[in-house]
Design a protein around this ligand. Structure first.
Ligand code: ADP
Ligand code: ADP
Length: 220
């Protein structure tokens, strides 16, 4: 359970090839780092896995099926995509309650995840007043809401202070130790070093490396 299989995946926007014949498998039980410079195609790949974009060619499967139909929604795959992109007028709690409702998740999970990400005390405040770090925590709470076996985090370290970075690293390792699939994108190798066990590196949409972090570090 929780295997992501990407086969010959390609996504073009006009003349830009954002993802170029990407093939890789992401497995449960470890943190997989997804490394590449800005514009490498990381977000596009994660969005294709989530079925938020249609591939130009190839497939992205989660547990053998495209995620497009979202049969289990947030109870299958949870994702932090663009933390800045949250409706600012609602409170953190109201935001998560709406997500819980539309995904058939028990309302009691909302306060659990708010506590887990350290936002319990600001749960009633408007998200519009949140710092980027607080928005990242809220996005992580949304990803955790459905207790999913598969978790995707796009640039989760952005805006976090050093304490927040330590916290999120521990969280990712714990989620992986629970047997979940944890895929974390970043443009900084330094963020991966104490986070990921496995590393997938892409550049210009193409796969550059797919190996154990220690192996990668030994070569570069
Ligand atoms: P990363 O997440 O690694 O920074 P992206 O997946 O965001 O990379 O972008 C990969 C490439 O695709 C970039 O050249 C980007 O400009 C382009 N791109 C991404 N989304 C769109 C879009 N909606 N329309 C046009 N070009 C896009
Ligand atoms: P709206 O913003 O229109 O209320 P939602 O936020 O409920 O829409 O999201 C629409 C769909 O996207 C839902 O079926 C939900 O499962 C999915 N979705 C929303 N946020 C996430 C997320 N963080 N991770 C994975 N899927 C998500």
């Amino acid at each position: 359970d929780g295997v992501i299989e990407i086969r010959d995946l390609t996504k073009r926007y006009g003349r830009t090839t954002a993802v170029d014949r990407l093939t890789l498998t992401v497995r449960p039980g470890q943190v997989t780092g997804f490394l590449g410079p800005n514009g490498a195609g990381k977000s596009t790949t994660l969005r294709l896995v989530l079925g938020l974009h249609r591939p130009t060619a190839g497939t992205a499967l989660v547990d053998g099926a495209p995620f497009t139909d979202r049969p289990r929604g947030l109870r299958h795959v949870g994702a932090l995509l663009d933390a800045g992109d949250v409706h600012g007028g609602r409170s953190a709690r109201a935001h998560l309650r709406a997500l819980a409702r539309s995904n058939g998740i028990a309302r009691s999970r909302v306060d659990e995840v708010l506590h887990e990400v350290g936002l319990a005390e600001v749960a009633g405040r408007r998200v519009g007043g949140f710092s980027l770090g607080m928005r990242q925590r809220l996005g992580i709470a949304a990803a955790l809401l459905g207790d999913p076996p598969v978790l995707l985090f796009d640039e989760p370290f952005n805006g976090l202070d050093p304490e927040g970075v330590r916290w999120v690293r521990g969280l990712f390792r714990r989620l992986a130790a629970e047997g979940r699939t944890v895929l974390v994108s970043s443009h900084l190798m330094s963020e991966m070093e104490q986070t990921a066990e496995h590393l997938v590196v892409i550049g210009r949409g193409e796969l550059i490396a797919d190996e154990n972090l220690a192996q990668f570090a030994a070569r570069s």
